[in-house]
Design a binder for this molecule. Sequence first.
Ligand code: TRP
Length: 361
Amino acid sequence: MATAPTTPLGDPLRASEARARSAVLEEQILKDPGRFRVLTGDRPTGRLHLGHYFGTLQNRVRLQDVGVELFVIIADYQVLTDRDVADGLTGHVEELVLDHLAIGVDPERSTIFTHSAVPSLNQLLLPFLSLVSVAELNRNPTVKDEIARSRQSSVSGLMFTYPVHQAADILFCKANVVPVGQDQLPHLEITRTVARRFNDRYGDGTAVFPEPEALLSRAPLLLGTDGTKMSKSRGNAVPLAADADETARLIKGAKTDSERHVSYDPVGRPEVSSLLLLAALCQDRTPEEIAADIGSAGAAALKRTVTESVNTCLAPIRARRALYAQDRGALHRILREGNERARETADATLAEVRAAMQSHY
Ligand code: TRP
């Protein structure tokens, strides 16, 4: 008998619970990395920046390097959720691949791919859509927020359903860990629900899909040069691809305050504190230590320290980026190989899904 979906969506794991769970998960990963497959990724909508680097990108390389299998998705269809045409898409995709190679994602060990190039991944969307109700889709707080901020005059079906597409992104390779920011928790909850309902309905006692868990980033939020959240679309970010001069110029223009003595006080002095945090993340020290070094030398000295720290920290990343950027042919080959590997994985999963659904003819 067909059962109506019963698990409520729209009440995703509260962030504090997710953080506690992430800490446990982190320990398990370090103990037995071979048991974990990680999938995470981004929409190709612009240059990645230092907020991304310290928030998630660095963590991806770390997971790869402790021996976890890593899939990096470039969510090119998802770009169309809030815009009609994906102008400059190829360039954005190339930049994302470059960013990942530059930070140390190893294309021999890890798979970088675009979901539009993997038909069998996209086919999972159809059965998955049957497992969630319209009411559940309606309740997704991240989608609601995106609709509110969208520049489009009407809401497309893709905007409404993309969290289910994202479930296909994650489940096609049976990833069990998804490193994400807090805004993605509702989507991960939908993914878990889809996995659970699929297993209940078609699994015949065995789990076809794991219920993946969120791994929340431990890195605190970096502010942009204008003192609001660092973001691709706000023009306040220091791009990972910036050269040393651009970096110096951007940091020089960053907002500070009029107090000469530099101190770490994220609530009272958010702009100065975020600059201290950035230097601290680059130097692997605490922001308090950096503040003590600078003392009463003022904002100009702080900015010099931040610029030097960022440029030193990014130097090897920039060098690797320059190497890969010289050879677009090799870049495209890496992406094609990633897409091929993702296709093989998705084909195998789709075959299992079709067998479970008795549609294997
Ligand atoms: N929604 C994510 C974002 O906007 C991108 C994304 C697509 C993703 N599919 C994913 C992230 C799967 C993690 C897992 O950044």
